[in-house]
Unconditional design. Structure first.
Length: 171
């Protein structure tokens, strides 16, 4: 087993990656049913949180359907275009590219002369960030192998007008 694969399967890490894939699949299926859905998820080793106003029976149905479809091999459900991984990749790429573009080879270069290349570098980084973020999700932050997962309890709470769910994931 390669070092990368071994590291990604350490206790806790492998489970979170699988739970993260199930969270994405669940949000994807809910988004397909409710086109204006506003929902945020957060994965843990024991399950995932969903923050959004959807009825509990719809969440339960989507979770079960997501698990079944991942187990049937629909790995594409594990990747989500609005994942926080994409934001982290975009932040790192734009920050690093802007920093590198701001370096001067000429110590007398005025600060404003650097601005066009910093903007260009940041823009290029943002263009690259979307496919790079999806690739990072696929390679590192999710794992679509849900063969050993099962759903435990799904708990609902309310915080003002916000509905919060915790989906327990076993396996």
């Amino acid at each position: 087993m390669a070092l990368k694969d071994w590291l990604l399967e350490l206790p806790g890490i492998g489970k979170v990656r699988r739970v993260h894939a199930l969270e994405h699949a669940t949000i994807t299926l809910l988004s397909q049913r409710f086109h204006r859905l506003s929902m945020v998820g957060r994965s843990t080793p024991n399950g995932f949180w969903l923050y959004g106003n959807v009825e509990q029976d719809m969440v339960e149905e989507a979770v079960q359907d997501a698990l079944r479809r991942l187990q049937a091999g629909e790995a594409e459900l594990a990747i989500h275009p609005r994942c926080g991984t994409n934001l982290a990749v975009a932040g790192m790429l734009t920050g690093l590219s802007s920093f590198l573009a701001s370096l001067s080879f000429n110590q007398d270069e005025p600060l404003l002369d650097k601005l066009p290349r910093v903007i260009l570098a940041a823009t290029a980084a943002m263009v690259i960030a979307q496919p790079a973020g999806l690739a990072v999700q696929e390679a590192f932050t999710t794992c679509p192998d849900a063969s050993y997962l099962s759903i435990g309890k799904i708990r609902q709470t309310k915080r003002g007008s916000l509905t919060i769910y915790f989906v327990e994931v076993k396996g």
